[in-house]
Design a protein around this ligand. Sequence first.
Ligand code: CTP
Length: 404
Amino acid sequence: MNASVLSGKFVVLGVTGSIAVYKVVELARRLTQAGATVQVVMTPGATQFVQPLTFQALTYRPVEVEMFGTFDDRAAGHVAMGQQADVVVIAPATAHTLARLANGFADDLIGTTVLASHAPLIIAPAMETHMWANPATQENVETLRDRGATIVEPESGELASGLSGQGRLASLEAIGAAIEDALATSSALAGKRIVVTAGPTLEPIDPVRVISNRSSGKMGYAIAAAALRAGADVRLISGPVALRPPAGVRVVRIETAAELHDAVLAALPGAHAVVMAAAVADYRPAAPAYQKLKKREQGDDVTLTLVRNPDVLQAIVAKRDQGTLVVGFKAETGDAVAEASRMLREKGLDLVVANDVTAKGSEFGSDTDEVTFVSADGVEALPLLSKREVARRLVAKITERLAI
Ligand code: CTP
Protein backbone atom coordinates (compact mmCIF):
# COMPACT_ATOMS: atom_id res chain seq x y z
CA MET A 1 0.00 0.00 0.00
CA ASN A 2 1.08 3.54 -0.68
CA ALA A 3 2.78 4.93 2.42
CA SER A 4 2.80 8.49 1.06
CA VAL A 5 -1.01 8.47 1.04
CA LEU A 6 -1.59 6.45 4.22
CA SER A 7 1.12 7.72 6.50
CA GLY A 8 -0.27 9.61 9.49
CA LYS A 9 -3.87 8.91 8.52
CA PHE A 10 -6.46 7.72 11.04
CA VAL A 11 -8.37 4.80 9.58
CA VAL A 12 -11.39 3.41 11.41
CA LEU A 13 -11.86 -0.19 10.30
CA GLY A 14 -15.30 -1.59 11.15
CA VAL A 15 -15.33 -5.37 11.06
CA THR A 16 -18.64 -7.24 11.04
CA GLY A 17 -19.62 -10.87 11.35
CA SER A 18 -18.71 -12.72 8.18
CA ILE A 19 -16.31 -15.55 7.53
CA ALA A 20 -14.33 -13.04 5.42
CA VAL A 21 -13.07 -11.45 8.68
CA TYR A 22 -9.93 -13.56 8.40
CA LYS A 23 -9.00 -11.76 5.16
CA VAL A 24 -9.42 -8.33 6.73
CA VAL A 25 -6.78 -9.20 9.33
CA GLU A 26 -4.25 -8.86 6.51
CA LEU A 27 -5.81 -5.53 5.42
CA ALA A 28 -5.37 -4.15 8.94
CA ARG A 29 -1.72 -5.29 8.87
CA ARG A 30 -1.01 -3.68 5.48
CA LEU A 31 -2.65 -0.38 6.45
CA THR A 32 -0.63 -0.27 9.68
CA GLN A 33 2.59 -1.09 7.87
CA ALA A 34 1.94 1.76 5.42
CA GLY A 35 1.96 4.17 8.36
CA ALA A 36 -1.76 4.56 9.10
CA THR A 37 -3.18 4.44 12.61
CA VAL A 38 -5.78 1.71 12.32
CA GLN A 39 -8.56 1.67 14.89
CA VAL A 40 -10.46 -1.59 14.59
CA VAL A 41 -14.08 -1.74 15.75
CA MET A 42 -15.67 -5.19 15.79
CA THR A 43 -19.27 -6.24 16.19
CA PRO A 44 -19.75 -9.05 18.72
CA GLY A 45 -20.56 -11.27 15.71
CA ALA A 46 -17.18 -10.57 14.14
CA THR A 47 -15.41 -11.65 17.34
CA GLN A 48 -16.94 -15.10 16.87
CA PHE A 49 -14.76 -15.53 13.78
CA VAL A 50 -11.51 -13.87 14.87
CA GLN A 51 -10.42 -12.77 18.34
CA PRO A 52 -9.93 -9.01 18.86
CA LEU A 53 -6.43 -9.88 20.07
CA THR A 54 -5.39 -10.79 16.52
CA PHE A 55 -6.22 -7.29 15.25
CA GLN A 56 -4.78 -5.71 18.37
CA ALA A 57 -1.45 -7.42 17.89
CA LEU A 58 -1.20 -6.25 14.27
CA THR A 59 -2.45 -2.66 14.72
CA TYR A 60 -0.81 -2.04 18.11
CA ARG A 61 -4.09 -0.63 19.41
CA PRO A 62 -6.88 -1.98 21.58
CA VAL A 63 -9.87 -3.11 19.54
CA GLU A 64 -13.25 -1.57 20.35
CA VAL A 65 -16.25 -3.87 20.64
CA GLU A 66 -18.59 -2.30 23.15
CA MET A 67 -20.45 0.97 22.63
CA PHE A 68 -18.84 2.59 25.66
CA GLY A 69 -15.42 1.08 25.50
CA THR A 70 -11.98 2.49 26.09
CA PHE A 71 -11.61 4.89 23.17
CA ASP A 72 -11.20 8.43 24.49
CA ASP A 73 -14.12 8.10 26.87
CA ARG A 74 -13.94 11.67 28.12
CA ALA A 75 -14.75 12.96 24.64
CA ALA A 76 -17.78 10.74 24.01
CA GLY A 77 -16.05 7.71 22.50
CA HIS A 78 -19.11 6.60 20.55
CA VAL A 79 -18.79 9.61 18.25
CA ALA A 80 -15.18 10.73 18.76
CA MET A 81 -13.82 7.97 16.58
CA GLY A 82 -15.96 8.98 13.61
CA GLN A 83 -15.04 12.62 14.03
CA GLN A 84 -11.31 11.92 14.13
CA ALA A 85 -11.34 9.49 11.21
CA ASP A 86 -9.74 10.39 7.89
CA VAL A 87 -11.57 7.45 6.35
CA VAL A 88 -14.07 4.89 7.67
CA VAL A 89 -13.86 1.42 6.16
CA ILE A 90 -16.45 -1.30 6.81
CA ALA A 91 -15.01 -4.66 5.76
CA PRO A 92 -16.43 -7.18 5.60
CA ALA A 93 -19.92 -5.67 5.65
CA THR A 94 -22.71 -8.20 6.14
CA ALA A 95 -26.21 -7.82 4.66
CA HIS A 96 -27.36 -6.96 8.18
CA THR A 97 -24.74 -4.20 8.48
CA LEU A 98 -25.73 -2.72 5.10
CA ALA A 99 -29.36 -2.61 6.26
CA ARG A 100 -28.38 -0.97 9.54
CA LEU A 101 -26.15 1.63 7.90
CA ALA A 102 -28.72 2.40 5.19
CA ASN A 103 -31.28 3.09 7.92
CA GLY A 104 -28.96 5.05 10.18
CA PHE A 105 -29.09 2.72 13.20
CA ALA A 106 -27.07 4.03 16.13
CA ASP A 107 -27.18 1.17 18.62
CA ASP A 108 -23.64 -0.05 18.15
CA LEU A 109 -20.24 1.55 17.77
CA ILE A 110 -20.03 1.08 14.01
CA GLY A 111 -23.42 2.77 13.56
CA THR A 112 -22.57 5.77 15.76
CA THR A 113 -19.12 6.11 14.19
CA VAL A 114 -20.54 6.22 10.65
CA LEU A 115 -23.30 8.66 11.65
CA ALA A 116 -20.89 11.02 13.40
CA SER A 117 -18.28 11.00 10.66
CA HIS A 118 -17.76 13.38 7.75
CA ALA A 119 -14.91 11.23 6.43
CA PRO A 120 -15.24 9.18 3.24
CA LEU A 121 -17.03 5.88 3.87
CA ILE A 122 -15.85 2.73 2.12
CA ILE A 123 -17.91 -0.43 2.37
CA ALA A 124 -16.76 -3.86 1.22
CA PRO A 125 -19.71 -6.27 1.47
CA ALA A 126 -19.32 -10.03 1.76
CA MET A 127 -22.17 -12.49 1.97
CA GLU A 128 -23.90 -15.49 0.46
CA THR A 129 -24.79 -14.84 -3.18
CA HIS A 130 -28.60 -14.85 -2.83
CA MET A 131 -28.41 -12.42 0.08
CA TRP A 132 -26.28 -10.09 -2.06
CA ALA A 133 -28.67 -10.32 -5.02
CA ASN A 134 -31.78 -9.80 -2.89
CA PRO A 135 -33.57 -6.52 -3.77
CA ALA A 136 -33.54 -5.50 -0.10
CA THR A 137 -29.73 -5.67 -0.02
CA GLN A 138 -29.39 -4.03 -3.43
CA GLU A 139 -31.66 -1.16 -2.35
CA ASN A 140 -29.59 -0.66 0.79
CA VAL A 141 -26.42 -0.60 -1.31
CA GLU A 142 -27.99 1.99 -3.63
CA THR A 143 -29.08 4.14 -0.67
CA LEU A 144 -25.56 4.11 0.74
CA ARG A 145 -24.05 4.82 -2.66
CA ASP A 146 -26.46 7.73 -3.18
CA ARG A 147 -25.28 9.20 0.10
CA GLY A 148 -21.71 9.11 -1.16
CA ALA A 149 -20.36 5.82 0.20
CA THR A 150 -17.94 3.91 -2.01
CA ILE A 151 -19.06 0.31 -2.38
CA VAL A 152 -16.26 -2.08 -3.21
CA GLU A 153 -18.42 -4.74 -4.80
CA PRO A 154 -17.97 -8.37 -3.84
CA GLU A 155 -16.35 -10.67 -6.37
CA SER A 156 -17.77 -13.77 -8.00
CA GLY A 157 -16.38 -17.15 -7.12
CA GLU A 158 -16.71 -20.03 -4.71
CA LEU A 159 -18.37 -19.08 -1.44
CA ALA A 160 -18.14 -20.54 2.06
CA SER A 161 -21.68 -21.93 1.61
CA GLY A 162 -20.36 -24.19 -1.13
CA LEU A 163 -22.29 -22.24 -3.75
CA SER A 164 -20.69 -20.19 -6.45
CA GLY A 165 -21.69 -16.60 -7.31
CA GLN A 166 -21.12 -12.98 -6.43
CA GLY A 167 -20.63 -12.39 -2.72
CA ARG A 168 -16.96 -13.02 -1.96
CA LEU A 169 -15.15 -10.09 -0.32
CA ALA A 170 -13.35 -7.96 -2.93
CA SER A 171 -9.58 -8.40 -3.12
CA LEU A 172 -7.50 -6.52 -0.58
CA GLU A 173 -5.93 -4.71 -3.54
CA ALA A 174 -9.35 -3.38 -4.62
CA ILE A 175 -10.27 -2.34 -1.07
CA GLY A 176 -6.83 -0.78 -0.57
CA ALA A 177 -7.11 1.17 -3.84
CA ALA A 178 -10.52 2.53 -2.78
CA ILE A 179 -9.06 3.66 0.56
CA GLU A 180 -6.09 5.34 -1.11
CA ASP A 181 -8.32 6.98 -3.69
CA ALA A 182 -10.65 8.37 -1.01
CA LEU A 183 -7.75 9.70 1.06
CA ALA A 184 -6.06 11.26 -1.96
CA THR A 185 -9.17 13.01 -3.24
CA SER A 186 -11.02 13.87 -0.02
CA SER A 187 -9.20 17.18 0.37
CA ALA A 188 -8.21 17.88 -3.24
CA LEU A 189 -10.76 20.73 -3.54
CA ALA A 190 -10.65 21.91 0.08
CA GLY A 191 -11.20 25.67 0.24
CA LYS A 192 -12.59 25.79 -3.31
CA ARG A 193 -16.13 26.84 -4.15
CA ILE A 194 -17.78 25.01 -7.01
CA VAL A 195 -21.11 26.05 -8.51
CA VAL A 196 -23.01 23.30 -10.33
CA THR A 197 -26.27 23.67 -12.24
CA ALA A 198 -28.48 20.66 -12.90
CA GLY A 199 -31.77 19.53 -14.36
CA PRO A 200 -34.19 21.13 -16.80
CA THR A 201 -35.79 24.56 -16.76
CA LEU A 202 -39.55 25.06 -16.97
CA GLU A 203 -40.85 27.88 -19.13
CA PRO A 204 -44.51 28.68 -18.41
CA ILE A 205 -47.09 28.88 -21.18
CA ASP A 206 -49.84 29.55 -18.66
CA PRO A 207 -50.19 28.84 -14.91
CA VAL A 208 -50.61 25.12 -15.65
CA ARG A 209 -48.53 24.32 -18.72
CA VAL A 210 -44.81 24.55 -19.34
CA ILE A 211 -42.18 23.95 -22.01
CA SER A 212 -39.39 21.80 -20.66
CA ASN A 213 -36.94 19.05 -21.67
CA ARG A 214 -35.96 15.52 -20.71
CA SER A 215 -33.04 16.33 -18.41
CA SER A 216 -33.09 14.13 -15.27
CA GLY A 217 -30.48 16.15 -13.38
CA LYS A 218 -28.49 12.96 -12.65
CA MET A 219 -25.25 14.24 -14.17
CA GLY A 220 -25.32 17.56 -12.32
CA TYR A 221 -26.19 15.88 -9.01
CA ALA A 222 -23.37 13.36 -9.52
CA ILE A 223 -20.94 16.24 -10.16
CA ALA A 224 -22.10 18.03 -7.02
CA ALA A 225 -21.59 14.82 -5.02
CA ALA A 226 -18.13 14.21 -6.51
CA ALA A 227 -17.05 17.80 -5.79
CA LEU A 228 -18.34 17.45 -2.24
CA ARG A 229 -16.35 14.24 -1.79
CA ALA A 230 -13.27 16.11 -2.98
CA GLY A 231 -13.76 18.58 -0.13
CA ALA A 232 -15.25 21.52 -2.09
CA ASP A 233 -17.85 23.98 -0.87
CA VAL A 234 -20.60 23.09 -3.36
CA ARG A 235 -23.54 25.26 -4.47
CA LEU A 236 -26.08 23.34 -6.51
CA ILE A 237 -28.54 25.34 -8.59
CA SER A 238 -31.23 22.89 -9.56
CA GLY A 239 -34.25 22.79 -11.83
CA PRO A 240 -37.16 20.53 -10.79
CA VAL A 241 -35.89 16.93 -10.63
CA ALA A 242 -36.81 13.79 -8.71
CA LEU A 243 -33.45 13.50 -6.94
CA ARG A 244 -32.29 14.06 -3.40
CA PRO A 245 -29.37 16.49 -3.24
CA PRO A 246 -26.24 15.13 -1.54
CA ALA A 247 -26.17 16.10 2.15
CA GLY A 248 -23.78 18.98 2.71
CA VAL A 249 -24.46 20.72 -0.60
CA ARG A 250 -26.18 24.13 -0.58
CA VAL A 251 -29.14 24.00 -2.95
CA VAL A 252 -30.91 26.84 -4.73
CA ARG A 253 -34.05 25.76 -6.57
CA ILE A 254 -35.06 27.46 -9.78
CA GLU A 255 -37.66 26.88 -12.47
CA THR A 256 -37.08 29.23 -15.39
CA ALA A 257 -33.92 30.02 -17.34
CA ALA A 258 -34.19 33.62 -16.12
CA GLU A 259 -34.18 32.41 -12.49
CA LEU A 260 -31.24 30.14 -13.25
CA HIS A 261 -29.37 33.06 -14.81
CA ASP A 262 -29.91 35.23 -11.72
CA ALA A 263 -29.02 32.43 -9.28
CA VAL A 264 -25.79 31.61 -11.12
CA LEU A 265 -24.70 35.24 -11.28
CA ALA A 266 -25.46 35.63 -7.56
CA ALA A 267 -23.27 32.59 -6.80
CA LEU A 268 -20.46 33.65 -9.14
CA PRO A 269 -18.39 35.99 -6.93
CA GLY A 270 -15.76 33.86 -5.21
CA ALA A 271 -16.52 30.73 -7.24
CA HIS A 272 -13.47 28.78 -8.40
CA ALA A 273 -15.41 26.82 -11.01
CA VAL A 274 -18.89 26.82 -12.54
CA VAL A 275 -20.20 23.64 -14.13
CA MET A 276 -23.25 24.23 -16.33
CA ALA A 277 -24.80 20.78 -16.48
CA ALA A 278 -28.35 22.18 -16.52
CA ALA A 279 -30.36 21.77 -19.71
CA VAL A 280 -31.45 25.36 -20.09
CA ALA A 281 -34.33 26.14 -22.42
CA ASP A 282 -33.05 28.38 -25.18
CA TYR A 283 -36.50 29.90 -25.72
CA ARG A 284 -39.50 30.76 -23.56
CA PRO A 285 -43.08 31.76 -24.42
CA ALA A 286 -43.01 35.50 -25.09
CA ALA A 287 -46.08 36.30 -23.03
CA PRO A 288 -47.19 33.56 -20.62
CA ALA A 289 -50.94 33.75 -20.01
CA TYR A 290 -52.04 34.74 -16.50
CA GLN A 291 -55.12 32.55 -16.75
CA LYS A 292 -55.28 28.96 -17.95
CA LEU A 293 -55.73 28.85 -21.73
CA LYS A 294 -59.09 27.38 -22.77
CA LYS A 295 -59.65 25.24 -25.88
CA ARG A 296 -62.94 26.92 -26.62
CA GLU A 297 -61.19 30.27 -26.77
CA GLN A 298 -58.07 29.07 -28.63
CA GLY A 299 -59.69 27.02 -31.40
CA ASP A 300 -58.01 24.13 -33.24
CA ASP A 301 -54.63 25.71 -33.92
CA VAL A 302 -52.52 27.54 -31.42
CA THR A 303 -49.42 29.55 -32.24
CA LEU A 304 -46.94 30.19 -29.47
CA THR A 305 -44.42 32.96 -29.91
CA LEU A 306 -41.09 32.13 -28.26
CA VAL A 307 -38.30 34.54 -27.39
CA ARG A 308 -34.64 33.80 -26.62
CA ASN A 309 -33.60 33.20 -23.04
CA PRO A 310 -30.40 34.76 -21.71
CA ASP A 311 -27.29 32.72 -22.48
CA VAL A 312 -26.09 31.88 -19.00
CA LEU A 313 -22.65 30.64 -20.06
CA GLN A 314 -22.01 33.85 -21.93
CA ALA A 315 -23.01 35.91 -18.88
CA ILE A 316 -20.68 33.83 -16.66
CA VAL A 317 -17.73 34.24 -18.99
CA ALA A 318 -18.34 38.01 -19.15
CA LYS A 319 -18.64 38.43 -15.37
CA ARG A 320 -16.34 35.80 -13.88
CA ASP A 321 -13.35 36.60 -11.68
CA GLN A 322 -10.02 35.96 -13.28
CA GLY A 323 -9.19 32.26 -12.93
CA THR A 324 -12.78 31.03 -12.50
CA LEU A 325 -13.05 27.85 -14.53
CA VAL A 326 -16.16 27.53 -16.71
CA VAL A 327 -17.40 24.14 -17.90
CA GLY A 328 -20.18 23.76 -20.46
CA PHE A 329 -22.11 20.71 -21.64
CA LYS A 330 -23.01 19.92 -25.21
CA ALA A 331 -25.72 17.31 -25.73
CA GLU A 332 -26.09 16.62 -29.43
CA THR A 333 -27.81 14.18 -31.72
CA GLY A 334 -25.02 14.46 -34.29
CA ASP A 335 -21.31 15.24 -34.12
CA ALA A 336 -21.12 16.32 -30.49
CA VAL A 337 -17.32 16.72 -30.45
CA ALA A 338 -17.25 19.13 -33.41
CA GLU A 339 -20.08 21.15 -31.85
CA ALA A 340 -18.30 21.15 -28.49
CA SER A 341 -15.04 22.41 -30.03
CA ARG A 342 -16.93 25.22 -31.70
CA MET A 343 -18.68 26.10 -28.45
CA LEU A 344 -15.39 26.03 -26.50
CA ARG A 345 -13.87 28.52 -28.91
CA GLU A 346 -16.82 30.80 -29.49
CA LYS A 347 -17.93 31.08 -25.85
CA GLY A 348 -14.43 31.19 -24.35
CA LEU A 349 -14.97 28.18 -22.07
CA ASP A 350 -12.29 26.13 -20.31
CA LEU A 351 -13.85 22.73 -20.87
CA VAL A 352 -16.85 21.28 -22.68
CA VAL A 353 -18.33 17.87 -21.93
CA ALA A 354 -19.69 16.51 -25.21
CA ASN A 355 -22.31 13.83 -25.31
CA ASP A 356 -24.22 12.20 -28.18
CA VAL A 357 -27.64 11.62 -26.64
CA THR A 358 -28.58 9.13 -29.36
CA ALA A 359 -25.67 6.79 -28.43
CA LYS A 360 -26.54 3.62 -26.53
CA GLY A 361 -26.18 4.20 -22.79
CA SER A 362 -26.11 8.02 -23.15
CA GLU A 363 -29.84 8.65 -23.48
CA PHE A 364 -31.60 11.21 -21.30
CA GLY A 365 -32.35 9.80 -17.88
CA SER A 366 -29.85 6.93 -18.09
CA ASP A 367 -27.39 6.20 -15.28
CA THR A 368 -24.50 5.94 -17.72
CA ASP A 369 -22.88 8.26 -20.21
CA GLU A 370 -20.27 8.08 -22.92
CA VAL A 371 -18.74 11.55 -23.02
CA THR A 372 -15.74 13.37 -24.46
CA PHE A 373 -13.87 16.13 -22.67
CA VAL A 374 -12.98 18.91 -25.09
CA SER A 375 -10.55 21.61 -23.93
CA ALA A 376 -7.62 23.63 -25.17
CA ASP A 377 -5.47 20.61 -24.16
CA GLY A 378 -7.23 18.45 -26.74
CA VAL A 379 -9.98 15.87 -26.99
CA GLU A 380 -10.30 13.03 -24.48
CA ALA A 381 -12.91 10.38 -25.30
CA LEU A 382 -14.08 8.38 -22.28
CA PRO A 383 -15.66 4.93 -22.51
CA LEU A 384 -19.25 4.24 -21.44
CA LEU A 385 -19.19 4.85 -17.67
CA SER A 386 -21.61 5.39 -14.80
CA LYS A 387 -22.54 9.06 -14.38
CA ARG A 388 -20.92 8.82 -10.97
CA GLU A 389 -17.59 7.84 -12.57
CA VAL A 390 -17.91 10.50 -15.30
CA ALA A 391 -18.50 13.03 -12.51
CA ARG A 392 -15.47 11.78 -10.58
CA ARG A 393 -13.26 12.16 -13.65
CA LEU A 394 -14.64 15.60 -14.44
CA VAL A 395 -13.97 16.74 -10.87
CA ALA A 396 -10.42 15.30 -11.13
CA LYS A 397 -9.95 17.30 -14.32
CA ILE A 398 -11.23 20.48 -12.64
CA THR A 399 -8.93 19.84 -9.67
CA GLU A 400 -5.99 19.47 -12.03
CA ARG A 401 -6.81 22.72 -13.82
CA LEU A 402 -7.34 24.68 -10.59
CA ALA A 403 -3.94 23.52 -9.33
CA ILE A 404 -2.08 25.13 -12.24
N1 CTP B 1 -26.76 27.07 -21.67
C1 CTP B 1 -26.73 28.32 -21.11
N2 CTP B 1 -27.73 29.22 -21.35
C2 CTP B 1 -28.72 28.92 -22.19
C3 CTP B 1 -28.74 27.67 -22.82
C4 CTP B 1 -27.75 26.76 -22.53
O1 CTP B 1 -25.81 28.61 -20.36
N3 CTP B 1 -29.68 29.80 -22.40
C5 CTP B 1 -25.67 26.12 -21.39
C6 CTP B 1 -26.08 24.75 -20.91
O2 CTP B 1 -26.12 24.68 -19.49
C7 CTP B 1 -24.97 23.88 -21.45
C8 CTP B 1 -24.67 24.57 -22.75
O3 CTP B 1 -25.04 25.90 -22.60
O4 CTP B 1 -23.83 23.89 -20.64
C9 CTP B 1 -25.42 24.02 -23.91
O5 CTP B 1 -25.03 24.71 -25.03
P1 CTP B 1 -25.99 25.20 -26.17
O6 CTP B 1 -25.13 25.53 -27.33
O7 CTP B 1 -26.95 26.21 -25.69
O8 CTP B 1 -26.73 23.88 -26.39
P2 CTP B 1 -27.98 23.70 -27.22
O9 CTP B 1 -29.11 24.46 -26.62
O10 CTP B 1 -28.14 22.24 -27.35
O11 CTP B 1 -27.46 24.42 -28.55
P3 CTP B 1 -28.10 24.55 -30.00
O12 CTP B 1 -29.54 24.73 -29.81
O13 CTP B 1 -27.42 25.77 -30.53
O14 CTP B 1 -27.70 23.30 -30.70
